[in-house]
Design a protein around this ligand. Structure first.
Ligand code: PBG
Length: 358
């Protein structure tokens, strides 16, 4: 961008003119964060009236289906229009049977949510890790004396899972396993079963990240041995992310995701700039928990920091943001305050002044 030629110089040019008041700043804001751009992850578990707190994620719960419906109704009234479902099954095994069971917990939740809220967008995470006794995202095989996560045998299970979600009424399926070829496998299975209109949101550039720590408690999906570095991406790599995204698009992905979000804004930016597809940033569990923890200590302003990070994801190029704080964020946004505008909070916390008028 050419920024020097036409700008002129001080004192004719004063950048601060357009920063004087909240209404002026809003007038020239380049980026907006809206409730309709938020996706809220929900963890569903078997049972009734179950609401189990996740200790590493304040205000996040594993919910039985009836409770998930309750939670969704609050999200809907706050203005959130999409949820992303994860399941904690009754039982785990070596072939992830509950992932594609007709009456699996996610399938039940999808049916209940779509029945209650036909307009709520229900997205399902398609993965095997929560359903495998070993906690890996694919089938585990012994190969020449070594244990490995077998790519191709995993594809059929993932495709079956996606079809079972679509049959239950899922609006979008979102594979997060990072097996090669899974988008193509899911696309063709969906089409074969008459779901050619069901979009795929591919976790296209998903990194092997320590920021997933709290999630693994929430979803009870920590690998029992080894780690996920043989299938999720190396945080060192950016160009590889573009190849991952290109392949997923070629295989039929309709929307693409970068995950985690905050430490990977360069990737979000490049993915959006390169491909232009609807792009989703996943503000993962530790991004949420770190803000909660620091806010609980009184070290940061939870609302201002949360909104600033999500706005940064939008500015980097994300059309949509997945966040555990979605209903709260939607309520904050409806109060009409953007980031840095929480004068109410400032009054309550004079220590948290920063960049305030005048
Ligand atoms: C399943 C999956 C994970 C997350 C989303 N889908 C965990 C993982 O890959 O280990 C992480 C989400 C988060 O940390 O919020 N494969």
């Amino acid at each position: 961008m050419h920024t020097s030629g036409f700008l002129g110089q001080f004192p004719a040019r004063r950048m601060r003119r357009l920063r004087q008041t909240a209404v002026l700043r809003r007038l020239v804001a380049e980026t907006q964060l809206l409730p309709s751009q938020l996706i809220w992850p929900l963890f569903v578990r078997p049972g009734r009236k179950e609401r189990r707190p996740v200790s590493s994620m304040p205000e996040v719960y594993q919910l039985s289906v009836d409770e998930a419906v309750q939670a969704a109704s609050q999200a809907v009234s706050a203005g959130v229009s999409a949820v992303l479902l994860f399941g904690i099954p009754e039982a785990k095994d070596e072939k992830a049977s509950e992932a594609y069971a007709r009456n699996g917990v996610v399938q039940q939740a999808v049916r209940a949510l779509k029945r209650e809220f036909p307009d709520l967008l229900v997205i399902t995470d398609v993965c095997l890790c929560e359903y495998m006794s070993h906690g890996h995202c694919g089938v585990v095989e012994k190969h020449r004396g070594r244990v490995r996560i077998a790519n191709d045998p995993s594809l059929a299970l993932l495709a079956r899972t996606a079809v079972s979600h679509a049959e239950a009424g899922a609006d979008i399926v979102a594979p997060s396993d990072m097996m090669d070829g899974r988008v193509a496998a899911i696309r063709s299975a969906l089409d074969r079963h008459g779901f050619e209109e069901t979009p795929i949101l591919a976790y296209a550039a998903k990194y092997a990240s320590a920021f997933y720590g709290p999630f693994r408690e929430a979803a009870e999906s920590a690998p029992q041995f080894g780690d996920r570095r043989s299938y999720q991406m190396d945080p060192a790599n950016a160009r590889e992310a573009l190849r991952e995204v290109a392949l997923d698009i070629a295989e039929g992905a309709d929307l693409v995701m970068v995950k985690p979000a905050l430490a990977y804004l360069d990737i979000v930016h490049q993915v959006k700039a390169t491909f232009g597809l609807p792009t989703v940033a996943y503000a993962v569990s530790a991004e949420y928990s770190m803000i909660k923890a620091a806010a609980a200590q009184g070290w940061i302003d939870e609302k201002a920091v949360t909104l600033e990070t999500l706005l940064a994801m939008r500015r980097a190029g994300a059309d949509l943001v997945i966040t555990y704080a979605a209903p709260q964020v939607a309520r904050w946004l409806r109060e009409g305050w953007g980031p840095q505008e929480s004068s109410h909070h400032r009054k309550a916390n004079p220590r948290l002044l920063g960049g305030q008028d005048p």
